[in-house]
Design a binder for this molecule. Structure first.
Ligand SMILES: [Zn+2]
Length: 327
């Protein structure tokens, strides 16, 4: 086995509002962090230029240590074999059919590996976070949308075309609200950040939630913590839907743990408690004596995407991350 102490890997996480970047060594040390505005409303070329620019900044920051490869975490469905974008929701530019991996490799002059953003976070939790304790676990990220990742028998499971883990698009409510994917009643359409905002608007209109201006999930959280019943009911309903979707996955895959991350998960027990209760209620095939399934908050939080993208690049070039926790 070759020595890899000097290998540096860039991880770049394209979020809806920010691009977060990190330079990671195989021993788990973070050597640099950077960020940029994502500019999701801008043309494709502007976003692409920033994705390349932030990598160049990372290369300069860690010099003279060479960067071996870059991983990009993308909130998209894309073809794993060609690195071609199929669907990049929440970005205004013309992305469908764009060969993103080739464009990034050309611009950065580095080997580039793409991974879905929540699958990246799953890789980070597996290598460096709470996932180190488990061989079988599920990550769910609840933000503007809902994404997921699966680790089965110690390996990230990507399915036949790289899209396994799209747990936000299970149908929960036939003929429910329209989802960004085109289906109706997806988990995402009834339990994500935009669903919470929609329910909050309805509660405000009904005079049950005393918020002025545009509601945000954070304002709903504050109102719930101050005892507002409508705000508490909004989180209870979202958590119950999420718990029900996860219970179906628990019955299918029998994981040891579920890690809940994403901005909406910052609501803490307002969301986690109904998730736990609904999973317990709906997974009666599993004897409580066998321990059930742990539901834990993601310990790496919003660093997980960039760390996971770097770790994905590391693994793709054959470097195994050190067995240490950095959570
Ligand atoms: Zn959907």
């Amino acid at each position: 086995m070759a020595h890899h102490e000097d290998d540096v890997f860039l991880g770049i996480d394209l979020g809806g509002t920010e691009i977060k970047a990190t330079a990671l060594a195989a021993d788990g040390r973070t050597l640099w962090s950077g960020k940029r505005a994502a500019g999701a409303g801008e043309a494709r070329e502007a976003v692409l230029a920033r994705l390349i620019e932030v990598a160049a900044e990372g290369v300069r920051a860690v010099a003279p240590r060479p960067v071996r490869a870059a991983g990009y975490a993308i909130p998209a469905v894309f073809d794993l074999a060609t690195g071609t974008i199929e669907l990049l929701t929440n970005f205004a530019g013309d992305w469908a059919g764009f060969r993103l991996r080739d464009a990034l490799a050309g611009g950065t002059e580095l080997p580039v590996f793409l991974i879905n953003d929540v699958r990246a976070a799953t890789v980070a939790e597996q290598a460096w976070g709470a996932g180190r304790r488990y061989s079988n676990f599920i990550c769910i990220a609840i933000g503007t949308g809902i994404g997921g990742g699966l680790v089965l028998d110690g390996k990230l499971y990507l399915g036949s075309r790289g899209a396994a883990g799209e747990i936000g698009h299970q149908t929960m409510v036939p003929d429910g609200p329209r989802c960004n994917c085109g289906n109706r009643g997806c988990l995402e359409s009834v339990a994500s950040g935009y669903a919470i905002v929609r329910e909050a608007r309805a509660a405000i209109a009904a005079g049950e939630l005393p918020l002025t201006g545009e509601p945000t999930p954070h304002l709903v959280t504050l109102a719930a913590e101050q005892g507002n019943a409508a705000a508490q009911a909004i989180y209870r309903q979202a958590g119950t839907y999420i718990g029900r979707a996860l219970a179906n996955i628990v019955c299918t895959l029998n994981p040891e743990a579920i890690m809940v991350g994403g901005g909406i998960a910052l609501a803490g027990d307002l969301l986690l408690q109904p998730i736990r209760e609904e999973i317990a209620r709906r997974t009666t095939v599993f004897s409580p004596a066998r321990g059930g399934v742990e539901v834990v908050a993601s310990p790496l939080g919003d660093r997980a995407g960039a760390l996971g993208a770097a770790t994905w690049a590391m693994r793709e070039v054959g470097v195994e991350p050190a067995a240490v926790s950095i959570a």
